[in-house]
Structures are given as structure tokens and as C-alpha cells.
Design a binder for this molecule. Structure first.
Ligand code: G1P
Length: 303
């Protein structure tokens, strides 16, 4: 029997099979999930968020060009030995913390790029009949309290419901997101009545956009198996969730934190600035440089 008990969500799915065309030519050889924000690749932030929320099985849905992601999470014996021998304990710890010992990484391949819903479906053999989380690493969420997924799991447990992270966007941008219809909110959450992928602004049911964090029951797999290609000719996770709404409660959660769209160049730049300001050893230098850079730009802008 498929369990809708959201008490124990241990598995997290990371769809990382996208092409990353917005970062070409860098993404010719470097998967976009491996682009660094300060000193860690984008994927590490999503992985840390999942582990902090209690997940211990990480399922990466990759394609055949993304060996770098698997290599990154593999143990680097030679490097570790070298660091150990030369007494570089701090660096050694950094390398080992990429994946703590109690966490396992599983890689599944999405042979064809058939959409986010299809990518999630590829994780079915590893997930089985447990509820699980989905994190899109492009959406980097900075939070000085509990991470976005931890907030969502608390809600999922309290309400025995699936959860989708949302944030308000300008109406002109609805065509870039899954959009939810939530008639009423109580605090930061409300039950989703409808969900539609990338609607045009004039037909969007609201301006509440889905951000790349989901807590879902395994039932979604059967629904995705029967989901026809939708927006962009792809099998959309949004359409699978829309079919789920009649069966189990799905909540929208306005998370605490700031989301950076690192699928876009400006989002990656903004995230880099934000995280540089979070590093004690970088903050002062980063602030000083930004002040200087802006001071040089200003005279040009005023002429
Ligand atoms: C995907 C989802 C969309 C969601 C978005 C969040 O779209 O399909 O519903 O709002 O992620 O980042 P993508 O950005 O992959 O086109």
C-alpha cells in the first residue's frame, strides 16, 4: 500500500539532467549544478538543505553527460590521503563533509530529456512507496533559520499533506513557473485548489509561483505514468501534482528565506554576492569591492 504518512521523509530527489543552456559555453563541459557559488557547487547547497531536513538517501537523476556530479559525491581517496598526510585537517573535513557518512547517494539516468515530471518518475525504483522530497538545485534558498525543506516537512507532518514551496511573483512572470490557486492562507500555508504549469499572465489563476521544493507521496508516480506531455511538450511535475489534488491534501508553503534563481545568470550573481557576505573571511573584502565598483559605475549612469 502506498503510504501518505509524511512522518518519515528520508529520500530526496535531485533532478540534474537539464542542459544548462543559459550558461553556455561554461556548461559545455561543466554541468550547471557544478557551477560554484563562492566555494561550493550549486548542488551542494540543495544537498545540505536535504540532509539538514533529515534526508539520508539522495537520488540524483542525471544524464550521460553529468559524470562530474557523480564524481563530486564519490570519495576522493587520493586527495583525502594527501590532505591527511600533510596534516591539512580542515580541508580534509571540508572534502569529507560533501557527503556525511550516514548519507548515501544513488544515481539514476534519465535517458531522454522528457521533462521534470519524467525526471522524477525515473527515481521511482529507488523511492518505492515512501513519501519523498524533490529539490531543484537551480533554486538556491538562503535562510538564516531552518532550511526551506525542513520548514516544509514540519508542515507535511503536522497536516499529513504534501507540500509545495511558493513565493509571489510579478504577474508578467507567471509564464516561467508552476502557478497555484490557494483560496486562503492560514499563516504561511494554505491548501492548493488548482495548479497549472507556466500559464500566460492573462489566464494565471494567481501570482503564487512554485519554487523548486516539493514533498510528495509515492502515489505521484502512478499519476506521472499517466500524464500526457504538457507545457513545452514535456511531462510536467505540475500536471502530475494537479491530478493528485483530488486525492490528498496538498499545501502551499510560503517559506522563510530568500530564493535565488540560479538557473539564470543574474540569479547566480546575486547568490554569489549574498553568500560572500555570509562568509566571515570574505564579507569585508566583498563589501569594500562592491562599494568601489558601484562608485565607478555611478558617474557613467548620471551623464
Ligand atoms: C520548474 C517547474 C515549475 C517551477 C520551477 C521552479 O520549471 O516546472 O513549475 O515553478 O521549476 O524553479 P523550470 O524552471 O524547470 O522551467
Amino acid at each position: 500500500m502506498t503510504s501518505n504518512d509524511f512522518k518519515h521523509v528520508r529520500k530526496a530527489v535531485f533532478p540534474v539532467a537539464g542542459l544548462g543552456t543559459r550558461f553556455l559555453p561554461a556548461t559545455k563541459t561543466v554541468p550547471k549544478e557544478m557551477l560554484p557559488v563562492v566555494d561550493r557547487p550549486l548542488i551542494q547547497y540543495a544537498v545540505d538543505e536535504a540532509i539538514a531536513a533529515g534526508c539520508d538517501t539522495l537520488v540524483f537523476v542525471t544524464n550521460r553527460y553529468k559524470h562530474a556530479v557523480a564524481d563530486y559525491f564519490d570519495t576522493a581517496y587520493e586527495l583525502e590521503q594527501r590532505l591527511e598526510r600533510s596534516g591539512k585537517d580542515e580541508l580534509l573535513q571540508l572534502v569529507r563533509d560533501v557527503l556525511p557518512a550516514h548519507v548515501r547517494a544513488v544515481f539514476v539516468t534519465q535517458a531522454e530529456a522528457r521533462g521534470l515530471g519524467h525526471a522524477v518518475l525515473c527515481a521511482k525504483p529507488v523511492i518505492g512507496d515512501e513519501p519523498f522530497a524533490v529539490l531543484l538545485p537551480d533554486d538556491l534558498i538562503w535562510s538564516d533559520g531552518p532550511g526551506a525543506l525542513a520548514q516544509m516537512l514540519e508542515l507535511a507532518r503536522a497536516r499529513s499533506a504534501g507540500v509545495v514551496a511558493v513565493q509571489d511573483v510579478p504577474r508578467a512572470q507567471t509564464g516561467s513557473y508552476g502557478i497555484v490557486d490557494v483560496p486562503s492562507f492560514s499563516g504561511s500555508s494554505g491548501r492548493i485548489e488548482a495548479m497549472v504549469e507556466k500559464p500566460k499572465p492573462e489566464v494565471a489563476p494567481s501570482t503564487l509561483a512554485v519554487v523548486g521544493r516539493y514533498v510528495l507521496p509515492a502515489r505521484i508516480f502512478e499519476l506521472l505514468e499517466n500524464t500526457e506531455p504538457g507545457s513545452g511538450g514535456e511531462i510536467q511535475l505540475t500536471d502530475g501534482i494537479a491530478a493528485l489534488l483530488d486525492e490528498i491534501p496538498m499545501m502551499a508553503h510560503r517559506f522563510q528565506g530568500r530564493r535565488f534563481d540560479c538557473g539564470s545568470r543574474i540569479g547566480l550573481i546575486q547568490a554569489t554576492i549574498q553568500f560572500a557576505l555570509e562568509h566571515d573571511d570574505l564579507a569585508d573584502a566583498a563589501r569594500a569591492y562592491m562599494r568601489a565598483a558601484l562608485a565607478q559605475v555611478q558617474p557613467e549612469q548620471t551623464v
